[in-house]
Design a protein around this ligand. Structure first.
Ligand code: FAD
Length: 413
């Protein structure tokens, strides 16, 4: 005799949505979460502000951001898309607003308000939540999950939804348990890789300007001297290298290119001004301050924190008067502004990865219902499936949409 209609494993955004919407459909739902609280990862999203979704509300255009597998997400997006997410949070008392680049955040609140709202939704829908309960094993017989073995005993249900996330930020509870279970019952798992990661550089000086925001910059990716990619937007230096949206979005490409040759990033701090024009600006600045020391002349061009680093990198004596700066020296300065060379050593691993790419193969999931093609009463949702989007709210939207679809499908199965 089954105790529950649906058991959801994993209380992240995908699992909470799956559980809540299954319960709203009238199912008796149990949610099992290994942490003492659900939604630990939500708290650290969007630097504590949670980029809940993205303003691209046309599903066909939205899925283009997911690359090779994107179209598989269409049914889930049509079932619960960007507009549904915005209305959902509005109803839960967390109105959202669109910010730069189409990123959607809570209007006034923070990530913790998103976490609270989703937990409250699942609880109010009637979901029974067991936290500090780790699922250890799925007991499968004749392609059916008969029971779940957990640290709090065995549980059984007609249908099981696994939403255990990926491998990134393991301190949030994401240790890839679902991949092992999926494999054990016959699913193909595309090799999980750390994705949307910061990049490590050989240039030790970045530690001096770590967390320094680079707004509206252009970064070109070069392999053995050849430009292969280019992005415009935001980045920031870290203690060991460089991170931020444009770097994260290029990181999978950078990882691939590192296998092929020497990888450099060229940072253009003034992308809106052509090189020749910027040279004229430099000449003007130096002429206007001709009797001042070069070391005090960069204030109008650079934020204060960057100046000591620039002075060292450019190799011009800071005591030298501006009128004595030679053309060759000025050309070196110009290059720092327009093509500051950063030498890439490696990409960060799972500990610093925003998401995990790869996961349960879409070939083994019916994406119209999120149901497994291998095990009759098993459904998947969220990051653990082989779908990964760029920064900007795309990955959480994938979790809301697939969580919703898995929840209603499991409740109706
Ligand atoms: C630093 C950071 C910032 C991010 N910012 C954004 C952002 O602003 N916007 C965006 O769209 N995306 C962002 N992401 C990505 C987003 O957070 C994830 O894609 C999303 O949380 C995945 O949701 P999920 O429900 O699939 O898995 P998770 O959120 O990882 O939840 C899985 C849950 O399953 C539980 N679990 C695992 N194994 C077991 C087990 N054996 N038994 C019981 N429970 C188990 C875990 O404890 C965890 O609570 C960010 C990620 C990080 C790391």
């Amino acid at each position: 005799m089954k105790n529950y209609d649906v058991i959801v494993v994993g209380g992240g955004p995908a699992g909470l949505f799956a559980a809540g919407f299954a319960a709203r459909k009238g199912a008796k739902v149990l949610l099992l979460e290994k942490n003492p609280h659900c939604g630990a990862k939500i708290l650290i999203t969007g630097k504590g502000r949670c980029n809940v979704t993205h303003s691209e509300d046309d599903p066909r255009k939205f899925v283009e951001h997911f690359g090779r597998n994107g179209k598989a997400l269409l049914t889930a997006l049509y079932a619960f898309g960007v507009k549904d997410v915005v209305s959902f949070f509005e109803e839960q008392g967390v109105p959202l607003k669109i910010e730069r680049g189409g990123r959607i955040f809570p209007d006034k609140g923070e990530a913790k308000d998103v976490q609270k709202a989703v937990i409250a939704f699942a609880r109010d829908a009637g979901v029974e939540m067991r936290t500090s309960c780790t699922v250890k094993k799925l007991l499968v017989e004749d392609d059916i999950i008969k029971a779940l073995e957990t640290t709090a005993g065995a549980f059984s249900a007609d249908n099981i939804i696994v939403a255990t996330g990926g491998l990134s930020y393991p301190e949030t509870g994401c240790t890839g348990d679902g991949y092992a279970w999926a494999k054990a019952c016959g699913h193909r798992v595309v090799k999980p890789e750390a994705a949307l990661v910061p990049v490590k550089l050989n240039d030790a000086w970045t530690a001096e300007v770590s967390n320094f925001n680079l707004k509206n910059v252009r970064i070109s990716l070069c392999v053995d001297g050849k430009k292969v990619d280019e992005r415009f937007g935001e980045a920031f230096f870290t203690r060991a290298g460089i991170g931020g949206p444009i770097i994260l979005d290029m990181s999978s490409r950078i990882r691939d290119e590192l296998k092929k040759g020497e990888v450099k990033l060229l940072l253009d701090l003034k992308p809106a001004v052509a090189t020749e024009l910027f040279d004229k600006r430099l000449q003007r600045e130096l002429a206007e301050q001709s009797n001042q020391e070069f070391g005090t002349s960069l204030g109008g061009l650079l934020p204060r924190d960057m100046i000591p680093v620039f002075l060292r990198l450019v190799g011009i004596d800071p005591k030298k008067k501006c009128h004595s700066v030679t053309k060759v020296e000025r050309q070196r300065l110009l290059k720092l502004f327009k093509e500051l060379e950063l030498s890439v050593s490696s990409c960060a691993g799972f500990r610093k990865a925003i998401i995990t790419s790869g996961g349960v193969s879409l070939k083994d999931i019916d994406m119209r219902s999120m149901r497994s093609k291998r095990v009759k009463n098993l459904f998947f949702a969220g990051e653990m499936i082989d779908l990964d989007g760029p920064t900007g709210g795309f990955n959480l939207q994938e979790c809301w949409s697939t969580g919703y679809l898995a929840g209603i499908s499991a409740a109706e199965a």
